[in-house]
Design a protein around this ligand. Structure first.
Ligand SMILES: [Zn+2]
Length: 652
């Protein structure tokens, strides 16, 4: 029975939410004011309270309430679902799948395969609170290009030559001119080739349109989708990659706006696409042209020194667009396809720094011993928080997510409807997240790790320590722990706000309105791209649960492909696992003009401007949909390609 005062408070919350009096912009992808979102927000408030009171153990609850740790997607805690999944798309398409009302068979053409890809992503998205990715989209979809080609070739033979079946199979080739000129059915080849290219391009357009309009969950959310591609050197796989890049560059709708989803990741692979003479180098060049125009794709470093050589497509390195990566499975599934992250818990490094550093003027020298013992205490609680949530998630019956478990999207073994999902879920990862390393260093030493080599060394030893701890926990609990460099879309703001409430605004530590992401260089700190890459790169090797390095690119680099290429090559050579270039994309909503727009459109004078910026690896519709912390962060960003000078700030 709910106590009466609790009930009053709940009703007051319902009233506020329904009257739109407490909008927070917590998540840039979610429209809080729409009908379904109001219901969801009311439910979230209640289930969060339930999880806090009933599901967390005492020390975990205290650490969360005292702002030492942040339990992500806490509103989803009580229902017991998990975070994200990387699809083995080839497998799902080949075996077909079941939904509530339908039994879908293997598609027979590239356009149906692309359509079904969007459907699968949407269905799965409803069953989890995070993103859904395709790990090798080009490899997975290539067989369907061949199927389309075969269909058209048969058609051509039938209509042009009146022959019902061909003696020898003819395959899709890179160029029409690759078919011998004396081929007996040359016209059928040409016809099939043209139709296949056209169909694949239209399929790519439709897939991108679908992933930007199919809603999932409540509140107008789009599924958080990511696709990885670029390593398939077969003519069919290459056509998939090329068609997606071209469709992305075209943009969506009347104003040719930049597609926000799927997040696209080009898989940079030495010897396959990295330099002139490699088979997919032309696609790498096309990818950079696309990045300059549309911010995507980002770049995954498949041949980083710490990755072993892939023995199958599942082992080719790929990532969730937001940066979450699924590290190796101690239970033997190869690669990350059919596996996901189960949940992340992030450690507030800034607070550990404030408590043990010089920033509060309580001590002259930082308390190094105190720092390590606080960190160890919080690490233990973090591991406990992850394991107790995992145990709760693992007890849920498979019937809670029929689409995922019946179709075995999450690999492992087939579960019966009432069986608990733990045996399958254990192949996923438990992520120990880190936020505010730079804030922590400033609190400890008065300087962050990009200002001083000794501080950098200390910062690195913190990450190394967490990586060692992660290994120990994986052994202790027999689960896949990982280290996660937290993107922190909404917690960068809320955690900082709470620090300000507790300690006041501390210069250089909490005075920016947000915490700095993971190990990143503070966005306002002037630094060249080269230096940023060199100093952030070593942290990637330690963040096998995911990391990203961004460079803010000025407009002269944006329009200079060789300069972009040099930047990507440099990042990859330094062993950055996942790299992205932030460009400015302003679009006039009245006349579709695109380019840098200060206040009003230079072409038509309108002030209705969409300003697309990246947050946490995803793009957001426009800056005004971000939370206040992120808006401040975007306003603070300085360019990195101008040797550290502030070249442009959209608010100036
Ligand atoms: Zn205009």
């Amino acid at each position: 029975m709910i106590a009466e005062n609790t009930l009053d408070a709940t009703m007051a919350m319902v009233k506020k939410t329904m009257n739109l009096e407490n909008l927070e912009n917590e998540n840039a992808n979610l429209a809080e004011q729409v009908f379904s979102a109001r219901n969801v927000r009311v439910a979230n408030n209640v289930t969060k309270q339930y999880a806090m009171d009933e599901l967390l153990s005492g020390d975990v609850r205290r650490a969360f309430q005292d702002n030492w740790i942040y339990i992500h997607d806490f509103n989803a805690y009580a229902s017991g679902n998990h975070n994200c999944l990387t699809l083995d798309l080839a497998e799902v398409l080949k075996s077909g799948f079941k939904t509530n009302n339908a039994d879908i068979r293997e598609p027979n053409s590239i356009s149906s395969a692309m359509q079904l890809t969007a459907v699968i992503m949407q269905c799965q998205s409803n069953l989890q609170f995070g993103g859904i990715a395709a790990g090798t989209l080009d490899i997975d979809l290539a067989p369907f290009v061949e199927k389309s080609f075969a269909n058209y070739y048969r058609e051509g033979m039938n209509y042009i030559y009146e022959i019902q079946s061909a003696d020898e199979p003819v395959h899709f080739l890179n160029n029409k001119s690759d078919y011998p000129s004396d081929h007996p059915y040359r016209k059928a080849c040409d016809y099939a080739w043209d139709k296949t290219v056209e169909e694949t391009h239209q399929g790519a357009e439709a897939m991108i349109h679908n992933l930007n309009s199919l809603q999932s969950r409540a509140a107008d959310q789009l599924p958080f989708t990511s696709i990885n591609y670029g390593t398939d050197t077969s003519p069919c796989g290459r056509l998939v990659t090329k068609s997606i890049l071209n469709a992305t560059m075209e943009g969506i709708g009347k104003h040719h706006l930049t597609p926000i989803f799927p997040v696209q990741v080009f898989q940079y692979f030495k010897g396959i696409n990295d330099r002139p003479g490699t088979p997919n180098y032309d696609l790498f060049r096309l990818a950079m042209k696309c990045s300059a125009l549309r911010m995507f794709p980002n770049y995954a470093n498949c041949t980083a020194s710490y990755f072993k050589k892939p023995t199958c497509k599942e082992e080719i390195f790929n990532t969730m667009g937001c940066r979450t990566q699924i590290s190796d499975d101690r239970f033997g599934i190869k690669g990350n396809q059919g596996r996901g992250n189960i949940s992340p818990v992030t450690i507030n490094l800034a607070k550990i720094g404030i408590e043990n550093g010089i920033c509060l003027d309580k001590r002259v020298k930082p308390d190094i011993d105190g720092f390590w013992s606080t960190l160890d205490r919080i690490l233990q609680i973090t591991a406990k928080a992850l394991v107790e949530r995992f145990d709760y998630q693992g007890r849920q019956p498979a019937k809670s997510a029929p689409f995922m478990y019946e179709n075995q999207l999450m690999k492992g073994r087939k579960l019966s409807a009432d069986e608990p999902v733990r045996e399958v879920l254990k192949h996923g990862t438990l992520a120990i997240g880190l936020i505010g390393l730079a804030n922590c260093m400033s609190a400890m030493f008065g300087k962050h790790q990009f200002e001083d080599e000794d501080v950098w060394n200390f910062a690195y030893s913190v990450y190394q320590h967490v990586a060692d701890f992660k290994n120990a926990m994986s052994e202790k609990y027999d689960l896949n722990f990982s280290v996660y460099s937290t993107p922190a879309e909404n917690c960068c703001y809320s955690i900082n706000q709470r620090l300000v409430r507790e300690y006041g605004e501390i210069k250089g530590v909490t005075d920016r309105g947000y915490l700095t992401n993971s190990f990143h260089c503070p966005v306002w700190y002037p630094i060249s791209a080269e230096e940023k890459i060199r100093k952030e790169a070593p942290f990637h090797k330690l963040s096998r649960g995911g990391a990203i390095t961004y460079v803010e690119v000025d407009s002269s680099t944006q329009h200079n492909i060789p300069a972009m290429e040099q930047l990507v090559n440099d990042a990859m050579a330094h062993d950055i696992s996942y790299f992205a270039m932030n460009v400015q994309i302003d679009t006039c909503r009245s006349c579709s003009y695109q380019g840098l727009i200060d206040h009003t459109c230079p072409k038509c004078g309108s002030s209705d401007i969409e300003r697309l910026r990246r947050i946490t690896g995803y793009l957001t519709g426009s800056v005004e949909r971000m939370n206040i912390g992120k808006q401040k962060e975007v306003a603070d960003r300085v360019k990195h390609t101008g040797r550290g000078h502030i070249l442009f700030d959209w608010r100036d």
